[in-house]
Write a protein that binds this ligand. Structure first.
Ligand SMILES: Cc1cc2nc3c(=O)[nH]c(=O)nc-3n(C[C@H](O)[C@H](O)[C@H](O)COP(=O)(O)OP(=O)(O)OC[C@H]3O[C@@H](n4cnc5c(N)ncnc54)[C@H](O)[C@@H]3O)c2cc1C
Length: 376
């Protein structure tokens, strides 16, 4: 981690036009829904572990920022179970909420790998910070970008990418976790609107988000085909929408994780994302982006463990000497190497997934195909 000056003004990340993409329009999701499975099966040759100078600069900017703004306070916040309400504003101060969205939607037009690199740096410090970006960009922003109509992107995605509005993702329910299709929240049509009723639980940033991507059944008898997706604006929802934090959690103490309660919440038809009945597909594609950011973040956690272990090995004396400097302590060196392996593997996964996504490959479809080929 760098030793940046504490009072230094945060320097926003550079736009794509400063990085050789004058229009800032390179599309990180090109072809996502148009490739056939046969097109998607071989991407072994895509792996290129070298970061571009711009990606290296991005990593440095985020790393310096995190070491200044987040690292000094996270241990105390975690112990005190205290959520810093300024996390999102801080991320926005260097432009991270719009990292991979085109400039016409308020973003910086960087590539999909840049999103993973940022998540890795955030989770190097703590899961709390990565989670905010995972949900805001990975789950909700990428969902609107992939499935939303043009005016929906302008209405919802642009203020999110500019860092003006924080979004959360309401899929899980008390009786519907892995089994998403068994959700009980309903969205009944009423003229040009829907009326939503039900509860969501374990929603990251539920208590602080301005916007919510909510999934509910428009046809309760149609299983996965009866789910639809809706954008909800907390400010316009009044008492029909209520949120509360989940107390006494086992981890992520400095985070905001909560429940959403909807009682006759009216949502305009224009705020439905995708067609009626597309909600399950929308949710799965959002989760795919979310999992990419989680995997990239996990690489940051393992890297932090490795760095802490190396530091400790250089400080701690045993049997009168420093183990890391003892030439014959092979077991010690080999343990540190064991920690190095998942960092490298995480980077490989991160870059493979980003390369696949950028070229329009559906990562889940590739996996399904491989499982099928292995007879699983
Ligand atoms: C910190 C945190 C943040 C979260 N943030 C969000 C969020 O922002 N938005 C949101 O919508 N949700 C969120 N979640 C919810 C999360 O996505 C769910 O926890 C997840 O979907 C699993 O659901 P569940 O907890 O009900 O577990 P379950 O579905 O009950 O699963 C429990 C275990 O059983 C296994 N299992 C389930 N079914 C089967 C089966 N048929 N056969 C064999 N094994 C099975 C699962 O793999 C799992 O290991 C969050 C959760 C946490 C802990």
């Amino acid at each position: 981690m760098s030793d940046a000056e504490p009072d230094q003004e945060p320097e926003p990340i550079k736009d794509a036009d400063a990085q050789g993409d004058p229009e800032g329009e390179s599309d990180p999701f090109v072809g996502l829904r148009t490739q056939t499975v046969a097109d998607q099966v071989s991407y072994a040759a895509m792996l290129d572990l070298a970061l571009t100078p711009d990606q290296e600069q991005l990593v440095k900017t985020v790393r310096d920022f995190c070491s200044r703004e987040f690292a000094p306070r996270i241990a105390a916040d975690d112990r005190a179970v205290r959520h810093d309400p300024e996390i999102f504003a801080k991320l926005a101060s260097i432009g991270l909420p719009g990292v991979c969205f085109p400039q016409r939607y308020g973003g910086h037009g960087l590539d999909y790998l840049s999103l993973g690199l940022v998540c890795e740096e955030l989770e190097y410090v703590d899961t709390v910070y990565r989670t905010v970006l995972s949900v805001h960009v990975g789950l909700v922003g990428c969902g609107i970008y992939t499935w939303g109509a043009e005016e929906q992107k302008q209405r919802w995605l642009a203020p999110m990418a500019r860092g003006e509005k924080l979004a959360c993702f309401g899929l899980t329910e008390p009786n519907a976790g892995s089994d998403v299709a068994s959700m009980q929240a309903t969205a009944k049509r009423s003229g040009g609107s829907y009326v939503l009723n039900g509860q969501k639980v374990w929603v990251s940033d539920a208590d602080t988000a301005d916007f919510m991507l909510i999934f509910a059944k428009t046809d309760p008898k149609a299983g996965a085909h009866g789910v639809s997706a809706f954008m909800v604006d907390r400010a316009a929802s009044g008492k029909a929408l209520r949120t509360e934090p989940i107390e006494d959690r086992l981890g992520i103490h400095a985070g905001d994780v909560g429940s959403i309660f909807m009682t006759d919440l009216e949502v305009d038809e224009a705020d439905r994302i995708g067609d009626e009945g597309d909600g399950f597909k929308v949710a799965m594609s959002c989760l795919d982006n979310g999992r990419y950011t989680i995997g990239a973040g996990a690489t940051g956690t393992v890297r932090a463990c490795l760095d802490a272990s190396v530091k400790y090995a250089h400080e701690r004396k045993t049997f009168g000497q420093l183990p890391a400097r003892a030439a014959d302590d092979r077991a010690h060196v080999s343990r540190l190497r064991d920690l190095q392996a998942p960092v490298l593997q995480g980077r490989v996964d991160e870059e493979q997934r980003a390369a696949a996504h950028t070229r329009g490959f559906d990562v889940q479809a590739v996996r399904r195909r491989r499982r099928f080929q292995r007879g699983q």
